[in-house]
Design a protein around this ligand. Structure first.
Ligand code: MGD
Ligand code: MGD
Ligand code: MO
Length: 766
């Protein structure tokens, strides 16, 4: 028996007669079923067997027929050829155009192992090659990461200090969840979830009598008994403002806390009452926008004031145009209640988003593979990839500064799937034709691999030795190789070591270490950093033998911002004032039209109250999938069991279905001006009228002629636009569409087919 760890949990592995057996970790109270099909034979059918090069690129060189990406056959080559092609092309682009022409941001979740972390590997390689254009922020928290440091503290700091579940169990009486506590998402932690705690914690809270309020367009966002307040997507800020208005006019705001721990309340109060803009943010005003009953909003304000209340906001709320506002307003609402820093009160920015949020564990910075220094300073906010490719030299603003987009000739991706994660994939397909060369290291024939020029097959976590560790969790796991690599797949490290050697810096890349030597080296470095946690961490050889280190004994209860509450002078926040900034001089000083100095209701470009709703009357929510991580393992039996007729199903309210002559199980087409896709209707009263839910992660499968996406991928439809000129974050949740029954025979999906191949021809570039 051995252990392994994936983002979705720790598992036990056993080699039996029928191959590898994967079992849940016996210590996990709520194990995720996702990992149990990690070694399913179905996954082999989508694996990449050998290095492959797109025919035109191989025969005619970089930049040849870029419109044929994703449409023409590949030619398989041996590793020596592939290594030389990639190395020579990196050198050519760097020498001809400079390293600012190489995009190596390579966003994505790759695998949980810390040495074979694909992004670290590609970044180290590109740094040694002279640097690359990278990205800042992430798709998860684009708007949130930029606004929160202005208001209270960075998301890193906050996520590490969330009030722990044990404290919530003892003290919280009312849990008000905007976007719910989506326990399906708490299957994950970046770097590997250990014990899954969220569902048991919520059960314990409910048992003690905590009341849950689920404010969401979908009913299943809270997994325990809850009152469901259905709200129109993207309108939560209006409801929060009306709660704040009620607290203010009924004299229920904690004036003392606002004076001692916050700045700028008076300016904000003038906005609430309408003194500054002529519109009072009353429950009646908010009811028109949100679709929530005005009396219920006012009553909720009183209930929140009367109870020990935790306000949670899910990350989805900020993955929208003006996504800064719900996060900022959550903090302001909690400040008005005055319970920040008290056990069980205050706010959470993402309970349920990941298993790690709300762990009282001793935070531990585990092993990381050093990436080196990047000499190139140009970067993009992560979700501006298509803008960059389409508009070289164009300018954009980010956090108060104006910058310009570099002119990218070479894109290198390892450990991410942009044709999963990006919005408006038809636009990305156009943008993707701009670079001369696209290189992708992948395990499987994802759409991103299919749309590349050179594809290098990578091993999976089960095929190599590694160390699993997540800063937000409590374990260090020896991930021992469980199976031999598939076909000709190689570790990303080996791939980059060989290309580095071709380019003359092989020794600098590997530092002369074998994989086993790297693991020992990185582990010992982490142990040196570990402080008092080191007493639980044995030397490497012992660790490798014992296979799992459990840091759970070091866990202790946490109350977020308790020190700040007790003494704001001695424990100031890392904001300019040291206090909670209800009004931010800094943000106001940026003078942005779409992000003022205090939380503000801005109507997004697409929502149920917008003019666009006359032609596209349904709001599409594209949430995280229950049965996989993003697009990973979509071909597994567990993920496929969630599909209906081979497509990702879409939730639709009975009234919207009836109005369109759609019944449960019908094949439907979802469409707007950006694109169209097929799905299977799942008619349910668990979603509010006017809203559709299509989870992400069905492998993108566009028909080459009609553009129709056949597998149920919402990013065929979503909006590719920065959340604001402040953050430029991903705004996937701002998206209107319409839906109709598909007439006639529905095309089969080809998402899990391998691309076409041809034998190498004799013609080679002269
Ligand atoms: N519409 C919509 N879109 C969204 C979101 C949304 O809410 N709505 N959410 C967004 C969010 S929050 C995120 S984080 C992104 C996620 O987007 P991604 O992180 O890009 O999605 P994954 O499917 O996890 O992609 C990881 C890829 O890495 C590959 N991989 C795994 N291990 C290795 C390895 O060791 N080596 C190599 N070379 N490859 C490996 C996997 O096969 C997989 O293809 O999606 C975003 N997109
Ligand atoms: N199983 C699984 N778990 C995951 C992931 C995965 O791919 N699979 N991905 C992980 C990653 S990378 C991330 S970033 C997190 C993301 O975590 P989140 O962003 O919190 O997750 P979502 O599932 O997109 O949305 C959570 C809930 O918000 C609701 N919601 C959507 N829009 C609105 C709105 O405008 N108002 C309100 N009130 N509610 C709304 C959705 O219907 C859904 O129930 O999840 C992580 N966990
Ligand atoms: Mo994410």
């Amino acid at each position: 028996m051995a252990y392994t760890t994936a983002h979705w949990g720790i598992y036990e592995t056993r080699s039996g007669e029928d191959g590898l057996e994967i079992l849940s970790w016996h210590e996990d109270p709520d194990p995720s079923p996702i990992g149990l099909s990690m070694a399913a034979p179905e996954l082999d059918a989508v694996r990449i067997t050998r290095p492959a090069v797109r025919r035109s690129w191989l025969e005619q060189g970089p930049g040849a027929n870029p419109h044929l990406r994703g449409r023409e056959p590949f030619v398989e080559v041996d590793w020596a050829t592939a290594t030389a092609l990639v190395g020579d092309e990196v050198r050519r682009v760097a020498e001809t155009f400079g390293n600012e022409a190489i995009f190596g941001g390579s966003y994505g979740w790759a695998s949980a192992g810390r040495f074979h972390h694909a992004q670290s590997q590609v970044h180290r390689f590109l740094n040694l090659a002279g640097g690359y254009v990278g990205h800042v922020d992430n798709y998860s928290l684009g708007a949130g990461r930029v606004i929160l440091p202005h208001v209270v503290a960075s998301t890193e700091i906050l996520l590490d200090m969330h009030t722990s579940w044990d404290v919530l169990q003892q003290s919280t009486d009312l849990f008000v969840a905007f976007g719910g506590v989506p326990v399906k998402n708490a299957q994950m932690s970046s770097g590997g979830a250990a014990r899954h705690r969220v569902r048991p914690a919520l059960d314990a809270m409910a048992q003690r009598g905590c009341r849950f309020i689920n404010i969401s367009p979908v009913e299943d966002s809270v997994p325990v008994a809850a009152e469901w307040i259905a709200i129109r997507p993207n309108t939560d800020v209006a409801m929060m403002l009306a709660i704040a208005h009620t607290l203010l006019v009924e004299d229920r705001a904690d004036r003392a806390f606002l004076a001692s721990h916050c700045v700028g309340f008076e300016t904000f109060a003038r906005y609430l009452t309408g003194a500054s803009d002529g519109v009072a943010k009353t429950p009646g005003w908010a009811a028109e926008i949100t679709g929530v009953d005005a009396d219920r909003i006012a009553r909720l304000a009183r209930e929140m004031h009367a109870a020990r209340t935790m306000i949670n906001v899910s990350w989805s709320l900020q993955r929208a145009v003006h996504g800064e506002q719900p996060f900022w307003m959550t903090v302001v609402l909690a400040a008005m209640l005055g319970q920040i820093g008290l056990p069980g009160g205050g706010f959470g920015v993402g309970y349920g988003a990941l298993n790690s949020v709300g762990h009282g564990n001793a935070k531990f910075k585990g092993p990381t593979f050093p990436q080196g220094e990047n000499p190139v300073k140009a970067f993009i906010p992560v979700a501006r990839i298509a803008d960059m490719l389409l508009d070289p030299g164009g300018t954009f603003t980010y956090n108060g500064k104006t910058q310009s987009y570099p002119d990218i000739k070479l894109v290198y991706w390892a450990g991410g799937n942009p044709f999963h994660h990006h919005q408006d994939l038809n636009r990305l397909m156009t943008a993707w034709q701009r670079p001369e060369t696209i290189v992708v290291n992948e395990q499987s024939w994802t759409a991103t691999a299919k749309f590349a020029d050179i594809v290098l097959p990578a091993t999976t976590m089960l095929e190599r030795d590694d160390i699993g560790s997540s800063g937000g969790e409590e374990h260090v796991v020896a991930m021992k190789q469980a199976v031999t690599p598939f076909a000709e797949a190689r570790d990303d490290h080996a791939i980059f070591a060989a290309i580095s050697a071709h380019l003359g810096f092989g020794e600098a890349f590997t530092e002369g270490r074998t994989v086993e030597q790297w693991l020992a080296h990185l582990y010992e470095a982490a142990r040196d950093r570990a402080g008092d946690k080191a007493r639980l961490l044995p030397p490497f050889a012992k660790f490798w033998e014992q296979e799992l280190v459990d840091l759970a004994p070091m866990a202790a209860p946490i109350v977020m911002l308790s020190a700040f509450r007790a003494d704001p002078q001695r424990h100031p926040l890392p904001t300019p004032s040291g206090k909670i900034e209800i009004f931010s001089e800094t943000v106001a000083g940026f003078a942005l039209e779409d992000c003022a100095g205090h939380p503000t209701w801005y109507a997004p470009p697409e929502w149920l109250g917008s003019p666009a709703a006359q032609t596209t009357p349904l709001h599409l929510v594209s949430d995280q999938p229950t049965r996989r991580l993003h697009s990973q393992l979509d071909a597994s039996p567990h993920s496929r069991a969630g599909k209906i007729d081979g497509r990702e199903p879409i939730d639709i309210h009975p009234s919207d279905a009836a109005a369109r002559g759609v019944v449960d199980g019908d094949c439907v087409e979802i469409f707007n001006a950006r694109g169209h896709c097929l799905s299977t209707a799942r008619v349910t009263a668990g979603i509010m009228p006017g809203v559709l839910r299509l989870s992400t992660g069905a492998w993108f499968d566009p028909d080459p002629t009609s553009g129709l996406e056949r597998h149920g991928n919402p990013n065929a439809l979503t909006l590719d636009r920065g959340a604001s000129t402040l953050s430029q974050g991903c705004s996937a949740q701002t998206c209107l569409v319409d839906l109709r029954k598909w007439a006639g025979e529905a095309p089969a999906t080809t998402a899990f087919d391998r691309p076409p191949f041809v034998a190498p021809s004799d013609r080679r570039p002269g």
